[in-house]
Ligand binder design. Structure first.
Ligand code: UDP
Length: 236
């Protein structure tokens, strides 16, 4: 296997499938199946999931909800998604633990680094909910930070696009995909991979990122096996 311990970042939006809001049961089941393929390879897997299908802090703008409150609402949304994902994984017989950046003792454990690592060593999939637990961050930042804390080998950013392109492939038909690119080139070309806080955190800690299409069956497991899937971003 190319990687031993990986952190998978899934956006909340992806969970909504074809719906305009919330969680699509079919998509949830599909993701659980993809994750199971990785577990079956004996890989240690941690997951950070977003909340954009339910609430984003930015939606508070221009309403009576202030920014910080909106961000906390967004973090709670990620816990809802994390709970859904946890159930769908358990349905497939996978052992899981949900750890949250905001204390919620009736539904999950608080995030404690050593405990998270121990769960991984025991073969449990660890889902990190509530992002970092602080406003003004995103779940991409949470993915980078948690990956560094647990000493993951790579961040796998599952999206609906199959990598990093010279331009937005959904808008520009001439856009070309990179199979490899350096952090520096991403900065220089002004490409959009993650928000800058999350991206810089990975760069400064020499943590590679793979951007890939999570909706293509087998992709996730193939990356872990070492196949060239999506775009690999590295320091050099
Ligand atoms: N959020 C936050 N701090 C964090 C993680 C998330 O404040 O550490 C809030 C923020 O408002 C964000 C929302 O939670 O908009 C949902 O997360 P995100 O937008 O990253 O979800 P995704 O786009 O991946 O679905």
């Amino acid at each position: 296997m190319k990687y031993k311990r990986v952190l998978l970042k899934l956006s909340g939006e992806a969970l909504q499938g074809d719906k305009s809001f919330g969680i699509d049961g079919k998509r949830l089941e599909q993701y659980a199946q993809e994750i199971k393929k990785v577990c079956d390879l004996g890989i240690e897997l941690a997951i950070v999931i977003g909340g954009g299908n339910i609430f984003r802090g930015a939606q508070a703008l221009g309403t009576a909800i202030d920014r910080v409150q909106g961000d906390y609402m967004g973090m709670l949304a990620t816990v809802i998604n994390a709970m859904a994902l946890q159930s769908s994984l358990e349905q497939l017989g996978i052992y899981t633990r949900l750890m949250s950046g905001i204390k919620m003792e009736q539904v999950c454990e608080p995030f404690i680094k050593r405990r998270a690592v121990r769960h991984l060593e025991k073969g449990r999939v660890v889902i990190f909910g509530a992002g970092i637990g602080s406003p003004y961050f995103t779940t991409d930042s949470a993915a980078s930070l948690r990956a560094i804390e647990i000493e993951a080998d790579v961040v796998l950013k599952g999206t609906r696009v199959d990598g990093v392109y010279t331009a937005d492939p959904e808008k520009d038909i001439n856009a070309q995909r990179f199979s490899n690119i350096s952090f520096e080139e991403v900065y220089q070309k002004g490409l959009n991979v993650m928000d800058m806080t999350a991206f810089t955190l990975c760069k400064e800690n020499n943590l590679p990122i793979v951007v890939f299409d999570m909706n293509k069956p087998g992709n996730l497991a193939n990356i872990v096996k070492g196949e060239e899937v999506g775009t690999l971003i590295t320091v050099d």
